[in-house]
Design a protein around this ligand. Structure first.
Ligand SMILES: Cc1cc2nc3c(=O)[nH]c(=O)nc-3n(C[C@H](O)[C@H](O)[C@H](O)COP(=O)(O)O)c2cc1C
Length: 199
């Protein structure tokens, strides 16, 4: 099962990306395939001018289409999601998130705009017909410590770690509910062989 993370920060050393990195490690440990798209993943002109026919945009749309779940992450800018995230979301066709489970994540300087996910981002995800939008995770800057050198891990305040873990557990549960794993052949033959009664 695959999860695509859209990270809407235009910052090179992004706290939002650091938080998503922790989330993706968690999902990898559960066996999910994860991919990341940021504003740096596509040519800036394709994003700004909405070049739907460009190869990079086509590849991005394929990634969206093939994913089962998405993490849509953004810094709060001027009490809303970032413009960089919107350039990515605007490329996705109407119904592009149909049947997908979406976990929103946002970071901000203060808690003043912690509802930005609810009043700004969620309506856009709804317009794209997301199958399920989870409550989401909001973090403030001081709760996230970015690695200062290569190989170092992201540091999160324990309160944030708890909320993130809860949100990810719910994300995993909803993904498994919506996309049940097919029974493996070996497991099935074992059950048939061991069954005492059949109907
Ligand atoms: C242009 C700009 C606007 C911002 N506006 C807000 C805001 O309205 N509310 C808020 O809480 N933080 C605001 N911030 C702070 C960022 O949301 C916060 O530092 C965030 O963690 C940055 O994430 P990043 O490192 O992934 O870019 C703003 C930052 C910038 C650069």
């Amino acid at each position: 099962m695959s999860v695509l993370a859209l990270i809407g920060s235009p910052s090179e050393n992004s706290r939002t990306a650091a938080l998503v990195d922790v989330a993706l490690r968690y999902l990898n440990a559960y066996g999910f395939n994860t991919e990341v798209v940021t504003p740096f993943s596509l040519p800036a002109e394709d994003l700004l001018y909405g070049r739907f026919n460009s190869l990079a945009v086509q590849q991005f749309l394929q990634q969206v289409q093939q994913s089962h779940g998405l993490i849509v992450a953004t810094p709060v800018y001027k009490a809303a999601y970032s413009g960089a995230l919107k350039t990515l979301l605007d490329l996705i066709p109407e119904r592009g998130l149909h049947n997908k489970v979406v976990l929103p994540i946002a970071t901000g300087g203060t808690t003043a705009h912690m509802l930005a996910v609810d009043y700004a981002l969620k309506p856009v995800l709804t317009a794209l017909k997301a199958g399920e939008i989870l409550p989401g995770v909001f973090a403030i800057d001081k709760q996230i410590t970015r690695p200062s050198q290569a190989g170092e891990l992201v540091g999160l305040e324990s309160e944030l770690t708890q909320r993130l873990d809860l949100a990810l557990d719910q994300f995993v549960e909803q993904l498994h509910r919506r996309f049940p794993r097919p029974l493996e052949d070996a497991w099935l033959s074992e059950r048939v062989r061991d069954a005492r009664v059949s109907v």
